[in-house]
Design a binder for this molecule. Structure first.
Ligand SMILES: [Zn+2]
Length: 393
């Protein structure tokens, strides 16, 4: 207990007061989530994402932050907000994304609503509730520390996370390098709200087979079927899956041929590859690139690679989790951790060796689906946890 107190930097009674502070502001958190959900922000709609970015820049500046946008070609601009702090030193980075997977107009069929103890709507869980916690936690810290934050904080909200983070990755990595730790406000895992201390790395590969076309009746033996070759390669690729080591390969789409009476000259497969450890990514990449054709008259072309490195449970990640678990213990609940298959921008920051804790956002379900929702009862304590982490990391 004594150790836990030191880690949190606050006495247990003080933590209790702080949790009540957020309980008293539950309605404000709900209204913020509503406001954010009702400004739709699909990744592929620059204007729409910019509307949400502007709204948030205003809200963070109202809390004393300095907002600036990183221009992105074809995507909404990425929002960075810097807060100075009493203590100086390296900032804590709060990481998230503005974009959602839902096309403009989704609100018509999936409006924001409150029912069954939940908030429903596109992006409510992934991850507009997480953004609301950032606002709420920063406001609270200023309230407790005389209109100033106890330490510097950098908020980064990117516009392209749901489509691979190509235009934001460098910005995320640059800011993470300057930070003491990265707290990712992506959705929590499962109904108990576990944080994510491991995420798989994700890659995409395209395998193209070139064979030789021929009339299937007149010149059967002159053809070299790309589809037969691809089928055999797919069986080879599936052998690379190793569930125990957290390596999976999924051939998600196949395409090939032109007509039933033509021996197919071309066939293509697109595959999703996931690894739990970076060293497995290199090995897997090497194996995929050294696939050989069974039919020597066919040619293979493989392109792609791992674009999100795994978030591995390094000692830095484990220490950050322990700190969070010590805090919630004093709040009176147990914070669990989980390893998940999906990637986030936390994968980039963790791969740089910066302690990263992911899944600090809302507790709920249905990310990317019509039943997307967050539990109202969990809102105050998630905001309380975030504020205590900013103070004590
Ligand atoms: Zn997300």
């Amino acid at each position: 207990m004594k150790k836990a107190k030191q880690n949190a930097g606050l006495a247990a009674s003080e933590l209790g007061t702080r949790l009540r502070y957020f309980e008293d502001r539950r309605e404000q958190i709900i209204q913020t989530i509503r406001q954010l959900v009702e400004v739709e922000s699909p990744s592929d709609d620059k204007e729409a994402v910019n509307r949400l970015g502007s709204l948030l820049a205003g809200r963070f500046e109202g809390l004393g932050g300095h907002a600036k946008f990183h221009h992105a070609q074809n995507f909404g601009n990425h929002l960075q907000v810097d807060f100075s702090g009493k203590s100086g030193g390296k900032p804590i980075m709060l990481l998230g994304h503005l974009d959602t997977v839902y096309p403009l107009g989704t609100l018509a069929t999936m409006p924001f609503r409150m029912a069954d103890g939940r908030l429903w709507g596109p992006g409510s869980f992934d991850m507009k509730s997480g953004i609301a916690f950032m606002l709420s936690a920063i406001e609270a810290l200023r309230h407790w520390h005389g209109d100033e934050l106890p330490r510097p904080v950098t908020v980064l909200l990117v516009s392209d996370e749901e489509v691979g983070s190509d235009t934001s990755r460098r910005i995320t990595e640059n800011l993470a390098r300057k930070s003491a730790a990265v707290l990712v406000l992506e959705p929590a895992y499962g109904s108990k709200g576990a944080v994510k201390t491991a995420r798989k790395g994700v890659g995409e590969y395209i395998l193209k087979v070139n064979g030789k076309a021929a009339h299937s009746g007149l010149d059967f033996e002159k053809g070299e079927s790309a589809i037969i070759e691809l089928s055999r390669e797919i069986l080879e690729i599936s052998k690379l899956t190793d569930l125990k080591r957290g390596i999976t390969l999924n051939v998600g789409t196949v395409q090939g041929g032109t007509r039933s009476n033509v021996i197919p000259a071309e066939a293509t497969a697109v595959l999703d590859a996931r690894v739990a450890r970076m060293k497995d990514a290199k090995e897997l990449d090497r194996k995929l690139r050294s696939l050989k054709p069974f039919n020597r008259k066919c040619r293979l072309e493989i392109s792609g690679g791992v674009n999100r490195p795994p978030l591995e449970r390094t000692p830095g990640v484990a220490a950050l989790y322990k700190k969070a678990a010590d805090i919630t213990k004093q709040f009176g609940w147990k914070l669990e951790e989980a390893a998940v298959g999906g990637g986030s921008d936390g994968n980039f920051t963790a791969a740089l060796g910066i302690p990263t804790l992911d899944g600090l956002g809302g507790v709920g379900e249905g990310a990317h689906a019509t039943h997307e929702s967050v539990l109202i009862s969990e809102l105050p304590r998630r905001a309380a946890l975030l504020s205590a982490l900013i103070e004590s990391v």
